[in-house]
Design a protein around this ligand. Structure first.
Ligand SMILES: Cc1cc2nc3c(=O)[nH]c(=O)nc-3n(C[C@H](O)[C@H](O)[C@H](O)COP(=O)(O)OP(=O)(O)OC[C@H]3O[C@@H](n4cnc5c(N)ncnc54)[C@H](O)[C@@H]3O)c2cc1C
Length: 544
């Protein structure tokens, strides 16, 4: 239900379906050019997967997405997010990785500190680390130049093909300056497995696990699966407050980002509605002309941008009769399912890690704590999920944001985000007849038990827990198969092929309909980039 349907005009220049962060960025950019824009969000809170909510009395946390790095600095600046209260703080160091043998690895801080830590395991690896970081930084620099561009759109016709040809030339000229070694590195990062890449660089299992963790975050695959090196790269193209590659905490949780975006949207005159689930895209003479909500109310616009997943858009919201059969068949094969379970827990105190004992707040409590001692452990976790349905010894990252942001929990208590891999999005019904509804508690118990093996007091600290299986992520956030990125980040679904070849320019087979969410280039993460790129293409097409 809309708050006040009569107060605003039913026709605007643009409608955005979904008030996730990309939808909000898209709306802001359109409004900045004088367009009238309406955002329709299905949930009762704006922000999509970047929201902060109370999950137990007195305990708030980022419900889904929980750490920030990839958010485009231009978006932060242009949308005045800092003026609207957004503060992103760094962690004392990036990662703390406790090991079963009682040792631990700390990564982050200065390069010298990290090298000293790594040298505990391998002097050779410590010496190679600066070269590895430099290789990644060169690849990231190249990747960054591609992020804010509309990818070359294979198969474009007419004026679009001319535009595309010019864009291709520009890209070619830019790439021509990149030296051959860097091109080789980039190719390896796009095509290889993270495991192969890291085995080629390092010998220490703990270091390879710490660096390789990014390759399986939101990637239901072994770290030895081809293409997993790209997922690693995708996690390191950002930074915090000008410091490249690190991850930080948005004070107030991830909702602080989208609240600041919503404030800017309102300032620009965008009409924001919550509890407004879109049921259909309205089509007339082969073009999108508006939407119908589940309650039957209709809104009209010259252009419609969809922040929902490609699968939701093309299989649920747009009638099959409006799409070419070949396109529908391809979208039917679009791969989604990151195999993630996300839990929020309220804690009466801090975990006491066997590898670094202590229950008073210490720097390691405030870092990203990775429970995955080796690439082999990660591979086993994935194989177990393939066989059993979920990993009974999952890979877990724990963040305890209340250590850097006391506003989230009552004094002396804490909240923790548990991000757990691997949990099959399509549970085998013969083995688990109750599906995820029946398996939810057992899968969560496996994650808690895993943490408790590294920090024996952990289970006893838990006051409340909120569990999101892949099914819960789909139900709550509209994420197809619970995919945190709106679709697998693999070579066949990236860049010119996102969501599918021929539709990488944010346009769709329906005139007037655009994709502005993470299912479009450059994919998932709280970046704001798909929203911004889509708005640019819509502005290029002009008002209708
Ligand atoms: C569990 C989890 C953990 C993650 N962790 C991180 C992290 O730490 N850092 C990071 O950078 N990224 C993280 N991500 C990824 C990141 O959050 C997403 O890729 C990103 O939020 C996608 O943004 P979006 O605006 O494109 O889409 P979404 O955030 O998915 O927003 C889409 C919006 O559309 C709405 N919607 C759906 N259907 C309809 C409809 N019919 N009508 C109206 N509205 C509709 C949804 O309710 C939602 O608000 C995580 C994601 C998840 C799920």
């Amino acid at each position: 239900m809309l708050p006040d349907p009569g107060a605003a005009p039913t026709r605007t220049d643009a409608i955005v379906i979904g008030g996730g962060h990309n939808g909000l960025v898209c709306a802001c950019d359109l409004a900045a050019r004088g367009w009238s824009v309406r955002v329709l969000e299905r949930r009762s809170v704006l922000g999509g997967a970047a929201v902060t909510e109370e999950f137990a009395p007195g305990f708030r946390n980022s419900t889904a997405s929980y750490t920030v790095s990839l958010l485009d600095p231009d978006v932060i600046r242009d949308l005045h997010l800092a003026e609207h209260g957004l503060r992103i703080v760094e962690r004392p160091f990036s990662n703390f990785v406790p090991l079963p043998d009682g040792r631990f690895l700390k990564l982050g801080g200065s390069l010298e500190e990290t090298q000293r830590e790594v040298a505990k395991f391998s002097r050779r690896d410590a010496e190679r680390l600066p070269q590895y970081y430099a290789m990644l930084e060169r690849a990231v620099t190249l990747l960054r130049t591609l992020l804010a561009r509309t990818p070359p759109n294979v198969g474009a016709r007419g004026l679009a093909s001319l535009r595309d040809w010019i864009a291709g030339l520009r890209l070619g000229r830019q790439l021509a300056h990149v030296n051959l070694e860097d091109k080789r590195d980039l190719l390896a990062l796009f095509a290889r497995s993270a495991g192969d890449l890291l085995d080629g660089w390092f010998e220490s299992a703990a270091l390879k696990a710490t660096l390789g963790f990014d390759s399986i975050v939101g990637n239901y695959a072994s770290p030895y699966a081809a293409g997993s090196a790209y997922v690693l790269l995708h996690h390191v193209f950002g930074g915090v407050n000008g410091k490249p590659g690190i991850w930080g905490h948005a004070l107030g949780g991830m909702g602080a980002i989208t609240e600041a975006m919503a404030t800017e949207a309102r300032r620009r005159g965008v009409l924001l509605s919550v509890d407004a689930p879109v049921a259909h895209v309205l089509v007339e003479d082969g073009r999108a002309v508006g939407v119908r909500l589940e309650d039957g109310s209709e809104f009209f616009a010259g252009r419609v941008a969809a922040n929902v997943t490609p699968t939701v858009l093309f299989e649920k919201l747009v009638g099959a009769e409006h799409l070419p059969a070949a396109f529908r068949a391809r979208i039917g094969q679009y791969r989604s399912g990151s195999g993630t379970l996300r839990m929020n827990v309220a804690l009466s105190g801090l975990p006491d890690f066997s590898a670094l004992p202590g229950t008073s707040a210490a720097p390691h409590h405030a870092s990203g704590i990775i429970l995955a001692p080796s690439l082999a452990y990660m591979e086993r976790a994935w194989a177990d999920a393939r066989e059993f349905g979920w990993s009974r010894e999952p890979v877990v990252e724990i963040l305890i944001p209340s250590t850097v942001d006391p506003s989230l929990a009552p004094p002396g208590q804490h909240v923790a985000s548990l991000f757990c891999q691997h949990f099959d999005p399509d549970l085998d019904a013969t083995r688990h007849p109750g599906g995820w509804d029946g398996a939810r508690e057992a899968a969560a118990d496996a994650a808690i038990a895993t943490v408790t093996r590294f920090a024996p007091n952990f289970a006893s600290l838990i006051v409340a827990r909120q569990i999101h299986t892949p099914l819960d992520l789909e139900r709550k956030f509209g994420l197809t198969h619970g995919d945190i990125f709106h679709g697998v980040l693999a070579l066949d679904q990236l860049f010119s092929a996102r969501p599918i070849l021929g539709y990488a320019d944010y346009r769709t087979p329906l005139k007037g309909l655009y994709l502005c969410g993470a299912g479009a280039h450059p994919g998932g993460g709280v970046t704001g980039i798909p929203g911004r790129n889509a708005a640019r293409e819509m502005l290029r097409d002009g008002r209708a």
